[in-house]
Structures are given as structure tokens and as C-alpha cells.
Design a protein around this ligand. Structure first.
Ligand code: ZN
Length: 253
């Protein structure tokens, strides 16, 4: 009798333990399947847009792969650079192709080639000058790596600041600015990471070629040793891996 009672007690304990286990498992499932506040899609940029009417930043994952435009001719347009490079916009801009035989483009935020299509718009004249310099350079150095071109302006210009990726641009707003990475001494078609990787001779040649096109100003890194007329070639922080060429206002179209 006593043993039967003990047995009954232990059976109760077993059942109680089993019931607790089932309850715990149910609770876990409930927690796991409970509806949660919708997460931001992983592709959504972390930075919020300041106003609802502001143009949406194209998230990296949603950026359609640009069609191969190696041979597609560039449509000629009468572009207008409105306002100033640091407070302006671009009307009837032209998109720089993703890649040509003479150049590649580079996305400074995603750190990959090609650059996203919405980061490479400029006036018709700027795009043609950049391509022309790349062609001339390539023609003289057919065995050298192609030059890597970074950001120009957004399709309609305007703000190109930090919300479009670090470190952002104070200018690049009206289609007259372009970033060109210095050629690397090791021949790799990527931006140099250190000044010591720069091919200074080829980089100076690029500076000279852009000067010859009538560039208003070219910003170069203070540690690059690149030179030119002081009023047109100026040292500026954060330019030790690329030069920034700016065309004069009124050079639209
Ligand atoms: Zn720039």
C-alpha cells in the first residue's frame, strides 16, 4: 500500500514534469511565432530621409544591375547646371556609362565596381570631358590599368551628402564635379588605399589632362605631391586617393 502510494506520487510527479515541459515548449513556440513589429528590410539604409518628399535613396539590394552599356552611344543633351556645385541641381543630365574600354566606375560606398547608376550623372559636357580624358590616357598607355571614375552627381543633382553614404559630398550637386581615382602603381583597377600606392607620374598626367580641358579647379590630396597652377590645383583633405575635377559654371550643354 505504501509502495503503491509512493508509486502514485512519483507518477503524479512525472506527469507534472511532463505537463510543465509541454507548457514550456508551447510558450517557446508562441514566443517564436508571435507577430512582431515589422523589421526594417535589411536592404533599407539606416539613415532616415529628412522629409517624405525627399527623393528616396536607392538601397544597394534594390539597385538594378545596369545594362551593359559598353558600346551604347551616349545620348547628347543640352544639360543645364543650375546654381552652385554645393547648392544646385542638374537639368537634363547625362549618365556616365558603367564601364568602357578606357575606364571603369567605382562605388565609393559599396566599394565595388561599377558605381551605381544614380551616382554618375553630369552635364553632357562633363561626361564627354571625362570620357575624352580617359580615352586619351588609355591611348597613350594601352597597357596601363583603366582609370577608375567615382561619383559625379545624382540624376537631377541636389544634395549628395552623408545620407547617400559616407563620407558624402559637400558639392557634386549640379553636374560639374567628378571624382577620379589616382592610378595605382601596382596596376590594379581599384582606388589606392594609401598614398604610397599611387603612381605619381600617371596621376600628374591625369591632372594635366583635366587642366587642358579647361577645368576650373582640381582638388588633390595634400600628401600626393601633385601640382599645377595654384589657383586651379588645390590641396584638400580627403583627396589622397582621388582627384576632384570641377568644370566652370556656364560650361553646360
Ligand atoms: Zn569630389
Amino acid at each position: 500500500m505504501r509502495s503503491a502510494t509512493r508509486s502514485g506520487v512519483s507518477r503524479v510527479r512525472v506527469w507534472t514534469a511532463a505537463a510543465l515541459a509541454v507548457a514550456a515548449a508551447t510558450a517557446l513556440v508562441a514566443v517564436a511565432s508571435a507577430p512582431r513589429a515589422p523589421d526594417r528590410p535589411p536592404s533599407e539604409p539606416a539613415t532616415a530621409l529628412p522629409t517624405p518628399s525627399a527623393p528616396r535613396i536607392e538601397p544597394p539590394a534594390a539597385a538594378p544591375m545596369p545594362a551593359p552599356d559598353t558600346t551604347r552611344p551616349i545620348r547628347r543633351r543640352r544639360s543645364i547646371a543650375v546654381g552652385a556645385p554645393s547648392a544646385g541641381r542638374l537639368v537634363r543630365g547625362v549618365r556616365l556609362p558603367a564601364e568602357r574600354q578606357s575606364f571603369v566606375t567605382w562605388d565609393p560606398v559599396l566599394r565595388r565596381s561599377p558605381n551605381r547608376h544614380w551616382r554618375r550623372w553630369g552635364t553632357d559636357r562633363l561626361v564627354r570631358i571625362v570620357i575624352g580624358v580617359a580615352r586619351g590616357y588609355r591611348g597613350k598607355h594601352p597597357g596601363a590599368p583603366r582609370i577608375a571614375i567615382g561619383d559625379l552627381s545624382r540624376p537631377h543633382g541636389g544634395d549628395f551628402g552623408r545620407r547617400f553614404g559616407p563620407i558624402g559630398h559637400a558639392s557634386h550637386q549640379n553636374g560639374l564635379d567628378a571624382d577620379i581615382y589616382y592610378p595605382r602603381a601596382d596596376g590594379i583597377e581599384r582606388p589606392p588605399q594609401r598614398v604610397s600606392q599611387i603612381d605619381r607620374r600617371l596621376s600628374q598626367e591625369l591632372v594635366d589632362r583635366f587642366l587642358a580641358t579647361g577645368a576650373q579647379v582640381i582638388f588633390v590630396g595634400p600628401n600626393t605631391g601633385l601640382t599645377g597652377p595654384p589657383e586651379r590645383v588645390q590641396a584638400l583633405a580627403n583627396h589622397d586617393n582621388h582627384l576632384h575635377v570641377r568644370l566652370p559654371a556656364g560650361s553646360s550643354g
